[in-house]
Design a protein around this ligand. Structure first.
Ligand code: T3D
Length: 260
């Protein structure tokens, strides 16, 4: 059987491709386990300093595979699925101490949309669209959607996206600040790969601290955030990459960061 997640090792970074194209890469339990294993391996590998997540075929990800939910008997416990599978995935992506780029190659619906939004930098093909499709089937946006949406696009647009469940085209998603950038379909993978390869040469530990500071900001007061910045900066100032960055600036040469 084809693996549900393809892992492609590059020089200092990895491409993870959701691989159920005939189902628009909808999530099964098996695919969750494969993605969790790939991310755990990346977490543990200091040589891997950035990740690119994308989908095979014409879609990025259509969220939960609804064929697995079409039961005629007792209603499933979806809270248990979130606890066991989707929430650990979102937490893992946010806490990963390396940048995660997402190349949204086609439709991103339901949890598929919110998994993309949990990545650090989201590029989307112009033909791609984002759909908070949960309301169409009587569900609530999950996988961090109700947290990310109002913060990224504001309360009014978050309500519209969640309650109407209409497709948001990639260009508009970029205009609204939901994602970093929309690019021509033909350029998506090359541009996303170049960005990820660049990130893999940067001060990895410093980038991890930036992720930490930005994530903490939504729950912190200014005072708390200033204290956090102080603590993180104290740590950043001790790193070899900071010393190298300053040396390279003084010597007017490109820095050679090791990620430490
Ligand atoms: O359940 C829990 O554990 C709780 C967690 C929930 C998280 C969630 O993600 S809930 C939301 C689940 N996802 C959806 O509701 C989206 C369902 N899909 C769609 O609405 C549409 O497929 C799209 C808008 C994404 C794309 O439409 P379109 O017209 O481009 O493609 P299509 O023809 O609908 O889909 C192509 C094939 O993929 C089709 O199969 P077929 O007819 O060629 O054999 C379709 O059935 C299949 N597919 C698409 N999405 C899913 C799916 N199969 C299973 N599950 C899907 N989510």
């Amino acid at each position: 059987m084809e693996p549900t997640v393809l892992v492609d090792r590059r020089d200092g970074w990895r491409v993870l491709t959701l691989n159920r194209p005939d189902r628009l890469n909808a999530f099964t339990e098996e695919m969750h386990r494969a993605l969790a294993a790939a991310l755990a391996e990346i977490e543990a590998d200091a040589g891997c300093r950035a990740v690119l997540l994308t989908g095979a075929g014409r879609g990025f990800c259509a969220g939960q595979d609804l064929n697995d939910r079409a039961t005629s008997g007792q209603a499933p416990d979806l809270g248990a699925t979130l606890d066991g599978l989707y929430n650990p995935l979102i937490r893992r992506l946010r806490a990963l101490p390396k940048p995660v780029v997402c190349a949204v190659n086609g439709v991103a619906a339901g949890a598929g949309a919110n998994i993309a939004l949990a990545c650090d930098i989201v590029l989307a093909a112009r033909s791609a669209k984002f759909i908070q499709s949960f309301a169409r089937i009587g569900l609530v946006p999950d996988s961090g959607g109700t947290h990310a949406l109002p913060r990224l696009v504001g309360a009014a647009r978050a309500r519209g996206l969640a309650l109407l469940a209409e497709p948001l085209p990639a260009d508009k998603a970029a205009d609204w600040g939901l994602i970093w950038k929309a690019v021509d379909d033909a350029d998506l993978m090359a541009e996303a790969a170049a960005l990820t390869a660049h990130l893999a040469t940067q001060p990895t530990h410093g980038l991890a601290l930036i992720k930490q500071a930005l994530d903490a900001s939504s729950g912190n007061s200014l005072d708390q955030q200033l204290d956090l910045e102080r603590d993180l900066q104290r740590g950043a100032g001790q790193t070899a990459d900071y010393a190298e960055g300053v040396r390279a600036f003084i010597e007017k040469r490109p820095a050679k960061f090791t990620g430490q």
